[in-house]
Design a protein around this ligand. Structure first.
Ligand code: GBH
Length: 479
């Protein structure tokens, strides 16, 4: 039958997620410095609708309203990120900005007051611009130390109340889209054979440095846990042929193994070493020591799946050429792998999540997993009123399918601890600007940024209140 709350173990957490740059706005308020996205968005052509996140959905001023919304919908946790340049405006870690710290103190306190657990990401793509411009950002080893200083301030000031930390969100996206294809900040495509691997390397080392600080100085006292968020699409082999299976596996190594193998096995996947040779940086013995088991949990952002087949050449661009990444296809025998959402990369394939969770459990030592993002988007269209958007039945089906798939993975024996829907509200969707809407709650951009829960928010709310008991179901549905 249909998935229900009671399919999940006691203690399993359901939450919603956002990130600072996508929702906060107030980009110059209370001493915040520019981030690489603040600058990147100013350059014509970088953002599809020419927009920026200067105001975004104004969560900086409306956090109470948003927290109340989260509580009312019945979510138990909120995953948000801290804007590094609010804490250290120039990124260099000399003098922490008390007003920036004050904002997150207020947000955290209000969440706890409403019974919602904070899950906090330290870095969700908004690097302090000065750290990029004057120090080289993710291409310089200095960033590792600066990140550790920033992380330590966050543990010191928020760790009495925050028990779930995420160091970095999706290092893969920063490496590929930020430093190879250039469609994300800092928009570099200067040396696509080298920079993605260097920027990935320092993200991995920054992660390890922050975990080291937490475990040495805070964990015993504060008792929290810390992990890394990776993003991965499931790679289904295009056919049973050996070379297609090998290609699909290689794809998983280049998406997931790139970041998890150094932590679990002390080095990049062998297939990356073979193919990238001296483009791939080396880990020192000290790096390896710090990296060993440097996660309490794996955070997984997952949206979609792909069919991967072998091909002798690729036209996907330099990065893929180096990887000999084969054919990425979404169709087979005239059928798509799943229904498509608004974004051209997002096909709805619930079974892919179950396969991916089983793959991760087996390969990475049955480490606890949180799904830290999962969701789909609608296209922005001209509408007479928000009401036209609120009936998002397709998203309801998406969530039913994917949450059902998580329940199956748990029955398979995978240790999944929580699930976060992306996203609480429609928001600034990076290079797509406001043209894509991932929210459970609609934002009326033309009418004072008012919030309007969509059908999917109400479905979720009902799902969360229903413990699987029929009587409860009736109570939840009664007026
Ligand atoms: C997540 O990345 C991000 O963590 C989150 O901030 C974001 O809002 C969410 O996805 C939805 O996209 O060529 O401009 O269409 C998931 C990985 C990386 C998938 C970029 C889409 C294509 C960008 N995403 N990718 S674009």
């Amino acid at each position: 039958g249909e998935v229900s709350r009671s399919d999940f173990p006691a203690g399993f957490i359901f939450g919603v997620a956002t990130s600072a740059h996508q929702v906060e706005g107030a980009i110059h308020e209370d001493g915040k410095g520019d981030s690489i996205w603040d600058i990147f968005s100013k350059i014509e052509g970088n953002i599809k609708d020419g927009s920026n996140a200067n105001i975004a959905v104004d969560q900086y001023h409306r956090y109470k309203e948003d927290v109340e919304l989260i509580a009312k919908l019945g979510f138990e946790a909120y995953r948000f990120s801290i804007s590094w340049s609010r804490i250290f405006p120039d990124g260099l870690g000399h003098c922490a900005n008390e007003k920036g710290i004050g904002y997150y103190n207020n947000l955290i306190d209000y969440l706890l007051k409403k019974g919602i657990q904070p899950y906090v990401t330290l870095y969700h793509w908004d690097l302090p611009y000065n750290l990029h411009e004057s120090e080289g950002g993710w291409l310089s080893e200095k960033v590792v130390e600066y990140f550790a200083i920033y992380a330590e301030v966050c543990f010191t000031r928020f760790g009495d109340r925050v028990k779930h930390w995420i160091t970095i969100n999706e290092p893969l996206q920063t490496a590929i889209n930020g430093y190879s294809i250039g469609i994300f900040a800092p928009g570099r495509r200067d040396d696509p054979y080298k920079e993605p691997y260097v920027s990935a390397h320092y993200q991995i080392l920054a992660h390890a440095a922050a975990v080291d600080v937490y475990r040495r100085k805070f964990k015993a006292l504060q008792g929290g846990e810390i992990g890394l968020v990776v993003d991965c699409e499931w790679a289904e082999a295009f056919s049973d042929k050996e070379h297609d299976k090998v290609a699909a596996n290689r794809r998983l190594d280049f998406q997931l193994g790139w970041f998890l193998d150094p932590i679990f096995y002390g080095d990049y996947p062998a297939v990356m070493r073979e193919r990238l040779r001296d483009h791939l940086p080396e880990f020192t013995q000290r790096d390896r020591d710090l990296l060993r088991n440097a996660v309490d949990f794996i955070g997984l952002n997952h949206y979609t799946s792909r069919l991967i087949g072998h091909a002798s050449e690729t036209t996907e661009g330099p990065c893929y050429e180096a990887q000999e990444m084969e054919r990425i296809v979404n169709w087979q025998d005239g059928e798509p792998i799943g229904e498509r959402a608004a974004s051209d990369w997002l096909y709805i394939v619930p079974w892919g999540l179950r396969k991916l969770l089983n793959y991760i459990a087996q390969k990475y030592k049955h480490t606890p997993i949180y799904i830290t993002e999962n969701g789909m988007d609608d296209e922005e269209i001209e509408a007479a009123s928000p009401n036209e958007f609120l009936n998002d039945q397709k998203r309801v089906e998406y969530f039913k399918g994917y949450i059902g798939s998580v329940a199956q993975a748990i029955r398979d024996g995978v240790d999944v601890r929580g699930y976060f829907a992306w996203s609480l509200v429609d928001n600034f969707e990076w290079a797509q600007g406001y043209t894509k809407r991932f929210g459970l709650v609609y934002i009326d951009y033309k009418n004072g940024l008012t919030r309007h829960p969509k059908s999917s928010a109400l479905w979720f709310s009902n799902f969360l209140k229903n413990n699987g008991d029929e009587d409860d179901d009736e109570v939840a549905n009664s007026p």
